[in-house]
Design a protein around this ligand. Sequence first.
Ligand SMILES: [Zn+2]
Length: 287
Amino acid sequence: MHAPIGPGIHEPVPELPEAETIARQLHAGLAGAVVSSVRVQRADILHGDPRPLAAVIRRRRVEGVTRRAKRVQVQLDGGVMLVFRLGMSGRLTLVPRAAPVEPHTHVCIRFRARGDELRFRDPRRFGGVWCLSGREAYAGRRMGEVGPEPLTLEQSAFAAILKDRRRSIKSLLLDQTLIAGLGNIYCDEALFAAGIHPLTPAGALDGPSAQRLLRAIKRTLNRAIDANGSTLSDYRRPDGLDGSYQFSHKVYGRLGEPCRRCRVPIEKLTIAGRTTHLCPVCQVGRR
Ligand SMILES: [Zn+2]
């Protein structure tokens, strides 16, 4: 079901940096725009407010576009929020109205006095659009619980998340209910940067290791955001261009290639059902 990315690797993207890139670009392109019309091609990808989408969002102004976890949130006036879950293949693009509509484009939103439109396309339909109004918009209750944002996570809160956990650090980092937005790519990259073996029990990380790991997570995510994310299979920026962080990956997708630090070939393991890339020399177990 997943898109093949490189030989034998199947990865859902985007992760946090890709969603952040999309949110920033849409904020720059859409803030202040007023919704004029809406076309919904597939009603079953819509959730939340049961009224027709056009009835809820027409004539509303875009106050801003933000990100929470891996979701892109379009805040409209009147307390209405459109939340786009990108799933594995979801794409949000801002394109000229005259551009050919690609297959699997489920929602198109036009704005007053503008020649472009926002399109949501999701061939595999693991994503969706949530229209939240009133109290829902703030609680986001219908979206499921997600943990705190890693970029603003304090060291003490991170230590509390790790404490007494016997599961591997890799599987803990992938758990969206504990920390939001981290996926396979950036977990592997951050664990390599911190020199921590992905199978290390989370609760066994000592203070300095946990500190190094949280710093590595933030640095890895920030660098990826600066590079507009990683383009692997389906992810593109809203302007249709590719991200470039995939060229900076140190372990992810580099099976058998020499470690950039010690030259030993990169290995792989399966953890929590996910292919995990690591350097067997640079990343050590319990410290
Ligand atoms: Zn190495």
